[in-house]
Design a protein around this ligand. Structure first.
Ligand code: ATP
Length: 140
């Protein structure tokens, strides 16, 4: 089995998508092995999205990700990383609505920034992101 990090972002939580997204996750055979409902602060978001720090949308991304609580989860199943990425769909929900209408972002996302969910994009980033939020189980 493989583990990946999923986040229901502030727009997903405030839009009341938490339960339906979790149901989708479980219906697709993932186990939710860790779960934490937290408010991110600016430093934590800047560190999590450090790779985007030079992008023009970075200040807006930081403001968005600190605008309310998020649900952080570790998902476990075979091919968890690519399967979760496939399930959430393209980054831009407006594009997702056209090309992947049943994806999580097509259903729950609002726009390119407010796109409801996150998923790790590689084994390296999954390991790094899981240990970033769940220190205890980082070696799993
Ligand atoms: P994530 O890493 O959250 O799963 P992703 O890998 O699909 O999303 P990235 O390119 O890594 O997308 O961007 C990280 C996040 O930054 C996006 O999910 C979105 O919230 C925001 N974002 C990305 N591109 C833009 C943009 N051009 N304008 C505004 N926000 C953006």
């Amino acid at each position: 089995t493989e583990r990946t990090l999923a986040i229901i972002k502030p727009d997903g939580v405030s839009g009341n998508h938490t339960n339906s997204v979790k149901e989708t996750i479980l219906n697709h055979g993932f186990k939710i092995t860790e779960e934490s409902f937290i408010q991110l602060d600016e430093d934590r978001v800047k560190s999590f999205y450090a790779e985007h720090s030079s992008r023009s949308f970075f200040p807006s991304l930081v403001e968005y990700m600190t605008s309310g609580p998020v649900l952080i989860m570790v998902l476990e199943k075979r091919n968890a990383i690519s399967d979760w990425r496939a399930l959430i769909g393209p980054t831009d929900p407006l594009k997702a609505k056209v090309t992947h209408p049943h994806s999580v972002r097509a259903i729950c996302g609002l726009n390119l920034q407010n796109n409801c969910v996150h998923g790790s994009d590689s084994p390296q980033s999954a390991a790094q992101e899981i240990s970033f939020f769940f220190k205890r189980t980082s070696s799993g």
